[in-house]
Design a protein around this ligand. Structure first.
Ligand SMILES: Nc1ncnc2c1ncn2[C@@H]1O[C@H](COP(=O)(O)OP(=O)(O)OP(=O)(O)O)[C@@H](O)[C@H]1O
Ligand SMILES: [Mg+2]
Length: 369
């Protein structure tokens, strides 16, 4: 591992990301002494019971306060286990400057002035013996921003090229893009659903957490009237800054479109087309002149979705971030390691032109080891 011969020159951080898909915990050990360098990774899937409890907490219900506090404890315990696996037996906690822990979003309501990520960072600091930076989004919302997306500054640090206009596209539960023009402001926003609706429908109809490779969607036919109804959602036409989540795009939203009238496989195909079309429309509308699109997040593994994306963006170079040296599964967790470093250094991590906040802010609350 780089830096292991000279621990003084290394700046090791850990990013811990658990996203909208509720699939589990992505952890990345990153050396941030220079250009971000991914050293180790670990994925810890959520136990089924935790996933169900978190899903249940996404909608209003009884005893929410105690349930969220208990889930925060359970999440911190899981995050600590993930960190322990990352350290293996050869890295002492003192070698790590901080853990940037995103937490699990259960509400994202910037218009109402709040966002809520569970994860009990105090407990994670105790269990790991490492400084934890958490609650990255609240400060930006307090400054009038969306609190999301927060990854564009990191995307710019890793992927911006002065010679070519690029877009970085993360297809997680929600899809978000970062526009990296040759000159001028970096912009970025959530385009809408990434995998979240695909996963929910796959779970109901093929009994799996997701549609592997998009094979189920690939065998269906897009239902034009359903696609048009979905595209009519006002979120897609809104101009940036904007962000969204499971609060909005979920099974109830899908049912409100009358999906029950169509064959399950055709609905899956239509949802895949919806993700691809809304991403492509956003790129065509907001990233004028971009010639390269680099994709990260779990959606990169969905062959059917990638095929649809290529079809919707003819003539564009579309490739995984792997081509630029960072494996697509770890970009988002690396971003939270990077944001933790910014916080410890007292440097801003947000881009107000992306989130709409009144200005740049140092993001996150620090829980010292
Ligand atoms: N082989 C695959 N085939 C189809 N879909 C896949 C495959 N592997 C992963 N996925 C999709 O990727 C999702 C997980 O992606 P990811 O972890 O990037 O999302 P996330 O947890 O919501 O993250 P974030 O919020 O940071 O973007 C899965 O839920 C699934 O939909
Ligand atoms: Mg995930």
């Amino acid at each position: 591992m780089s830096g292991s011969t000279d621990p003084n020159s290394e700046e090791l951080y850990i990013g811990v990301m658990s996203g909208t898909s509720l699939d589990g915990v992505d952890s990345a050990l990153v050396d941030l002494s220079g250009k971000p360098k991914l050293e180790r990774t670990h994925f810890l899937p959520y136990p089924e019971s935790l996933k169900a409890a978190l899903l249940a907490l996404h909608v209003p219900g009884p005893d929410e306060l105690a349930r969220s506090a208990r889930l925060g404890v359970e999440l911190a315990t899981l995050y600590a286990a993930a960190v322990e696996r990352l350290l293996q037996n050869d890295l002492r906690p003192e070698r790590i400057r901080a853990i940037g822990c995103h937490g699990q979003t259960v509400r994202h309501r910037p218009a109402e002035g709040y966002t809520l990520q569970l994860g009990n960072p105090a407990l994670l600091a105790e269990r790991s013996g490492i400084t934890v930076v958490a609650d990255f989004r609240s400060r930006d919302i307090a400054a009038g921003g969306q609190g999301a997306p927060l990854v564009p500054a990191f995307h710019a640090a890793c992927f911006r090229d002065p010679r070519v206009h690029r877009v970085v596209l993360n297809i997680g539960g929600i899809a978000n893009l970062t526009d990296l023009p040759l000159e001028g402001a970096i912009t970025g926003f959530d385009t809408g659903p990434g995998n979240v609706l695909l996963d929910a429908w796959a779970r109901e109809h093929i009994g799996k957490d997701f549609d592997p490779g998009g094979a189920f969607a690939g065998g269906g036919q897009v239902v034009p009237v359903l696609l048009e109804a979905a595209l009519a959602d006002s979120y897609f036409a809104r101009s940036a800054p904007k962000s969204t989540g499971r609060d909005h795009f979920n099974l109830s939203w899908l049912r409100s479109l009358g999906v029950g009238r169509y064959g399950a496989q055709d609905v899956q195909a239509t949802l895949a087309e919806l993700t691809a079309r809304t991403i492509a429309d956003a790129i065509l509308r907001c990233c004028d002149g971009a010639s390269e699109v680099f994709v990260c997040g779990g959606g990169v593994h969905n062959t059917d979705l990638q095929r649809r994306l290529h079809a919707a963006l003819p003539g564009r170079m579309i490739a995984s971030t792997e081509v630029l040296g960072i494996h697509p599964d770890w970009v988002e967790s690396m971003a939270f390691a990077w944001l933790a470093q910014r916080a410890l250094k007292g440097e801003p991590g947000s881009l107000p032109e992306v989130t709409g906040a009144a200005g740049q802010r140092v993001l996150g609350a620090i829980y010292r080891a």
